[in-house]
Design a binder for this molecule. Structure first.
Ligand SMILES: C[S@@+](CC[C@H](N)C(=O)[O-])C[C@H]1O[C@@H](n2cnc3c(N)ncnc32)[C@H](O)[C@@H]1O
Length: 238
């Protein structure tokens, strides 16, 4: 049986809050963010991305009524931020919180030993890979109010954010050990009670540094996080 058929069995007709059709929203986002690519539902990476997006949407809805901003570290072409910003548009008439989207727009930073996979069958990315054009991302988000796209390297780039900002939803998707750890260090205390912190690559064979940084940070604080079936991990701030 094809992967496409399985994806449809699992994800078609899932209604989110306000009767929003999850899979329709996902496909619309894909088309807008990747206008020149055709969608291949027989690709395992696509299936993984749909699965991760579903969890992002569910946790985003959980936090929607809290007071606080949205922050994403690791934007690339804007897929996950666009998905959630579009979802917010369908949940509320008027968006009052800000969106801060942070990326080097120069691709991945340095790989440390923590980032190196011990599995020789895995072909890893390298420094400078996953580079997107900030101007394209700006155009993508033009239609939305309150979206701030910020270029710079983590952790230095955090100096452009107001120290007093409080966040209700944070998505960390920078793949590597050091920027993941630096992001947690900067952000965790600024998340409001009940707010959500999700990391994308917790169980990624290609980016083992993400889990190491996440566990180092939360173990040192004695905070439990949940590893999701999608490969992400989440903490709900208490
Ligand atoms: C997997 S991509 C993000 C994917 C994106 N969330 C999406 O939905 O398509 C990882 C991003 O992290 C950024 N990145 C990696 N290390 C960084 C660092 N030290 N500072 C800033 N950005 C970084 C890269 O430029 C890249 O765009």
């Amino acid at each position: 049986m094809s992967l496409e058929k399985n994806i449809k069995i699992i994800f078609e007709n899932i209604k989110l809050e306000n009767n929003i059709d999850f899979f329709k929203l996902w496909k619309e986002t894909y088309k807008i963010v990747n206008p020149s690519k055709s969608l291949d539902l027989n690709n395992m990476l696509t299936a993984i991305r749909i699965n991760k997006s579903f969890y992002l949407c569910k946790y985003f809805i959980f936090a929607k009524d809290l007071k606080g901003d949205f922050l994403e570290c690791g934007v690339l072409k804007g897929f996950s931020s666009y998905l959630l910003r579009s979802l917010e548009d369908q949940l509320f008439k008027d968006t009052i919180n800000n969106y801060f989207l942070i990326d080097s727009f120069e691709g991945l930073s340095d790989f440390l030993d923590e980032d190196k996979s011990l599995n020789p069958d895995i072909i890893q990315n390298k420094k400078g890979d996953l580079k997107a054009n900030i101007e394209d991302v700006k155009v993508l988000f033009n239609q939305f109010k309150n979206v701030n796209i910020i270029k710079g390297w983590i952790p230095k780039v955090f100096e452009s954010l107001d120290e007093k900002n409080k966040y209700k939803f944070v998505h960390i998707d920078v793949d590597l050990y050091q920027p993941t750890f630096d992001s947690l260090n900067y952000i965790y205390d600024k998340i409001v009670e009940g707010g959500i912190l999700i990391t994308d690559d917790y169980r990624s064979p290609s980016f083992p540094g993400n889990q190491k940084a996440w566990e180092k940070y939360f173990n040192s604080k004695n905070i439990r996080s949940l590893s999701l079936p999608s490969g992400q991990a989440v903490v709900i701030k208490e």
